[in-house]
Structure formats: C-alpha cells, structure tokens
Design a protein around this ligand. Sequence first.
Ligand SMILES: Cc1ncc(COP(=O)(O)O)c(C=O)c1O
Length: 156
Amino acid sequence: MTKSKKHSDNERVPLTFDSIGAEEKEAAIKVLETGFYTMGKEVGAFEELFAAFTGAQHCVMVNSGSSANLLLVASYLHGLNREGLLSPGDEVLVPALLWPTTLWPIVQLGLKPVLVDVSPETMSIDINDARSKLSAKTKAIFLIHVLGIPANMEAM
Ligand SMILES: Cc1ncc(COP(=O)(O)O)c(C=O)c1O
C-alpha cells in the first residue's frame, strides 16, 4: 500500500490523492485473470478478514457505498438479527450534507428522513439541531463521517 504523504502546516492538503500503488495493481490484475470479478475467492477471503477485523459475525462485500446503505437500512426492517428494529413510518435523522443514496433507501423502504444541520467542525450531524428534531417517531440516526472526519460519537 502507498504511504500517505506528510504535509507541513502551511502546505495545502489535497482533497484526495492516488493511493493505489504497485501492490494493489498487481492484486487487481491477479483477480481479473481469474475471470471472477464479483464473487470470487478473493472476495470471500476479504469478507472473512474484514469480519474478523471489525469483530462482526459476518461481512458481505457489495459493489458500492450506495448498495451498502440500501442493505443496511433493509436489514433493520426485514432481515438478519436486526429485524423489526425499524417499521415503516419511523423517522430517521440524516445529516443535511449527504449522498443521495443515504436518503433514498430510507424513502424507498417507507421510512421518513428528517434532515439535520451539520456542524462546520465535523461536517456531520449537529448535535443541538439533532436534539431539536427528535420526536416520538425518531428511531434511528444515520451518521456519516464525511471525508473520513469523525462525527462526534461521544455526543451522539
Ligand atoms: C455514506 C455514503 N453513502 C453513499 C456513498 C456513495 O457510494 P458509491 O458512490 O460507492 O455508491 C458514500 C461514498 O463514500 C458514502 O460514504
């Protein structure tokens, strides 16, 4: 893996930089050569390793963050051991700075998104605005750690 670059205080920090090095390119070519692009051996191995890394019982690799969001919300309504934690009509607080695919699974599955302002420090949900949006129907908060900046988990 390519090492992240160090920056001095007055140097501009780029929003993003290429983090794909020779090792990743070699691994990608190896996978392409197997002919299995989605559900091959490497994906299975990754799922197991990632589950162990996070301490989860299972891990399911998906094609995108958008699909992950849809599965996440659906699992709270319909499946896995989280079934029934959410019911249609429940309110879910979402940050005003979001991906369309943070919002749409909530709408698609019959829940009600409630937009919450974001804090300029974290770019994630503002705790005071979140408090003001709570209602008897609030059942979940969809947190996003924008650009890797951690949301205020303690306050949350
Ligand atoms: C919370 C969240 N939702 C949705 C997305 C969109 O992911 P994708 O473009 O892979 O569908 C991202 C991407 O980083 C994300 O972090």
